[in-house]
Design a protein around this ligand. Structure first.
Ligand code: 5GP
Ligand code: ZN
Length: 108
């Protein structure tokens, strides 16, 4: 079982921000901004390469709800998904990083 599947199953504890039947949002263990939350589907999907349009469609309002829950929706935030080794992906279960809570430096 992958690291994030162990978080979903409860084998590894997490600080949950928001959860529903299909998705989980939890605090990153090594935050890169004042607010750094990871958003994942509960079904194991390795990366954005394996993502389906159906799951992405369901995930979109969940991510928006996470931003609302965190109180960052109007001030703004950044969403990142790293893909593969050149993309810097370390955990092989798709996740969106939500970074917020401060003015973020430009990366592109
Ligand atoms: P990636 O580099 O794959 O895009 O991001 C993986 C993220 O998972 C990193 O930001 C890292 O800090 C986070 N992470 C790794 N292990 C754990 C863990 O056990 N718990 C939590 N909450 N985050 C983790
Ligand atoms: Zn997994």
């Amino acid at each position: 079982m992958c690291l994030f599947c162990k978080i979903i199953s409860g084998d590894i504890p997490n600080k949950t921000v928001l959860e529903n039947e299909n998705f989980l949002a939890f605090e990153d263990i090594n935050p890169q901004a004042k607010i750094h939350v990871l958003i994942i589907p509960k079904v194991h999907i390795a990366s954005f390469n394996e993502m389906t349009s159906n799951i992405m469609q369901e995930m979109t309002p969940f991510i928006q709800e996470v931003a609302l829950t965190l109180g960052v929706k109007s001030d703004g935030y950044r969403l990142i998904t790293n893909i593969g080794s050149n993309g810097g992906q370390e955990v092989g279960h798709i996740h969106f990083h939500l970074l917020a809570g401060e003015k973020l430096g430009s990366i592109i």
